[in-house]
Design a protein around this ligand. Structure first.
Ligand code: NDP
Length: 487
């Protein structure tokens, strides 16, 4: 298939990079070049921010129900094309087609619910304490221009958690998708154009250097807020470069899944295997560490190994495939490094443990189980982001909580137990933005405050929280005069 030539979208026009440079996107599944895109630089970011800046007041003045109508239209257009978009998502990201179809299906509730949240977003009225004749009204206002920067692991889900919502909240947007999955980003913006989003309200910049394109966006003085999803190290760099812009940062995780000795074993095993292999483990809420009580360790290991061996690694376009390739080469090398580090420190690879041969690329990684993992290993320190279940034994709940909390991350954690007291003790002591009882770490919803503690993030997204993250509060004080007879 001939690669498609795609463009950036600035001020309502599809354009090339000012430099004329381009870059290619290759499929991790097949190795073929899927698209050729403009390799943007700071000058293109400037053009996009200028366009957004020109549009921001017009966007803010669109009545909220009119903004919501654009969202409804957008969802319909995405739905009409979802089969094609799912296939493209699988080709550029590598995930099994079933998962891409699921990801596209998530777009609708996500966008529609937040459109409704915006319609119902409440301000507040306060009782005056100092001057009794004042009335105090706090209202929400858009920030102005929002830069949205997204990663490659969910090329549809993550942009559709931020880009339409930034507009719904009354902002103009400059969107920068990840270098390895920009095609889905282009499709989203094409749909927004087709739905009738006004010129300049949504702009798309592309490029193969995150620090240059993303960094220029973060630093631009006319960008008021950054909505970023990606690695914690990148988020820290953004906080250094952004100055006093409003930031919402959704970063990495090292999800511990803890199995106590009274847990329902089969459920714990299936939740473990799901959360380690879904999207080949390339999920911020993957089960990155499996902490198992020593009394049930052997049985758990046997059942988990059996389930992992059943997972079908293969061409992600085939319906029966459970695990597709990893998205990119540096990631595949990191997964190998973590396994090697564990091996050197005494862990045992029980299933898998290496890249699979016989596929069109060398990014297919065997679903893996590693036993005898200890807290000093990389598995317990850095995100692995591969289809691996690293198993750590513990002897009591306190020890499990200590290991779980020993990492720098705090995004999502899970405990399996039939003892509600222990479950709550765990939930209250664990440092994570989300704690799950009797299910996988790999879960998300759309309406609760979503985000991380420690290096897993800053701020909260989801439902009205996404909208509020891209707005700010202003209080209007009115002197209505003293009531007759007041002291
Ligand atoms: P990165 O941090 O490498 O990249 C994320 C985005 O930031 C990309 O668009 C990238 O561009 C851009 N970028 C890179 N460097 C800079 C910079 N200096 N300034 C501004 N932007 C920059 O993350 P990955 O793409 O590797 O994504 C995986 C990470 O995302 C994992 O840590 C995962 O846990 C996390 N994540 C968190 C979620 C959450 O909700 N908490 C959800 C999903 C993922 P380019 O691609 O061109 O390099």
């Amino acid at each position: 298939m001939e690669p498609e030539h795609l463009k950036m979208y600035i001020g309502g026009e599809w354009v090339d990079a000012e430099s004329g440079d381009t870059f290619e996107v290759k499929s991790p599944a097949t190795g073929e070049v899927l698209a050729i895109l403009p390799n943007g630089g700071p000058e293109d970011v400037k053009r996009a921010v200028d366009a957004a800046n020109d549009a921001k007041e017009r966007v803010a003045s669109i009545p909220i129900p009119e903004r919501a109508k654009l969202m409804y239209r957008l969802v319909e257009i995405i739905k009409q094309n979802s089969e094609k978009f799912a296939r493209e998502c699988t080709l550029e990201q590598g995930k099994p087609i079933r998962e891409s179809i699921g990801e596209l299906a998530d777009v609708e509730p996500n966008i529609l619910q937040q459109a409704e949240d915006m319609i119902r977003l409440e301000g507040s009225i306060h009782v005056p304490i100092v001057k009794h004749e004042m009335r105090l009204l706090s209202v929400w206002e858009p920030l102005g221009v929002i830069g949205v920067i997204t990663p490659w692991n969910f090329p549809w889900l993550l942009p559709t958690e931020c880009v339409p919502q930034a507009f719904m909240a009354g902002n103009a947007v400059v969107f920068k998708p990840a270098e390895t999955t920009p095609i889905s980003g282009v499709r989203l913006v094409q749909c927004m154009e087709k739905a009738g989003f006004p010129k300049g309200s949504v702009n798309l910049v592309l490029g193969e250097s995150g620090p240059i394109v993303g960094g220029s966006l973060v630093e631009h003085p006319n960008v008021d807020g950054i909505c970023f999803t990606g690695e914690s190290a990148t988020a820290e760099e953004i906080t250094r470069r952004a100055g006093m812009k409003r930031l919402v940062l959704e970063c990495g995780g090292l999800g511990p899944l803890i199995v106590l000795d009274d847990a329902s074993l089969e459920k714990a095993v299936s939740d473990t295997v799901y959360g380690c292999t879904y999207n080949a483990g390339q999920v911020c809420v993957a089960n990155e560490r499996i902490l198992v009580h020593e009394r049930i360790h052997d049985k758990f290991l046997e059942l988990t190994s059996r389930e992992v061996k059943r997972k079908k690694l293969g061409n992600p376009l085939i319906e029966e495939t459970d695990v597709g390739p990893l998205n990119n080469e540096p990631l595949a090398e990191k997964v190998e490094r973590h396994i090697e580090d564990a091996r050197e420190k005494g862990a045992k690879v029980v299933v898998g443990g290496r890249r699979a041969s016989g596929f069109q690329t060398m990014l297919y990684f065997e679903p893996t189980v590693v036993d005898n993992v200890t807290p000093d290993m990389l598995f317990n320190k850095e995100e692995t982001f591969g289809p691996v279940a690293p198993i750590i034994s513990f002897s009591d709940l306190d020890e499990a909580i200590e290991i779980a909390n020993s990492s720098k991350y705090g995004l999502s954690a899970a405990v399996h137990t039939n003892d509600i007291t222990k479950a709550f003790r765990f939930a209250e002591r664990i440092k994570a933005g989300q704690v799950i009882i009797n299910d996988t770490v790999c879960l998300w919803e759309y309406q609760h405050p979503w985000g991380g503690m420690k290096k897993s993030g800053l701020g909260r997204m989801g439902g009205k929280y996404s909208l509020q993250a891209m707005m700010e509060q202003k209080t209007i004080l009115i002197n209505v005069g003293r009531s007759p007879g007041a002291p």
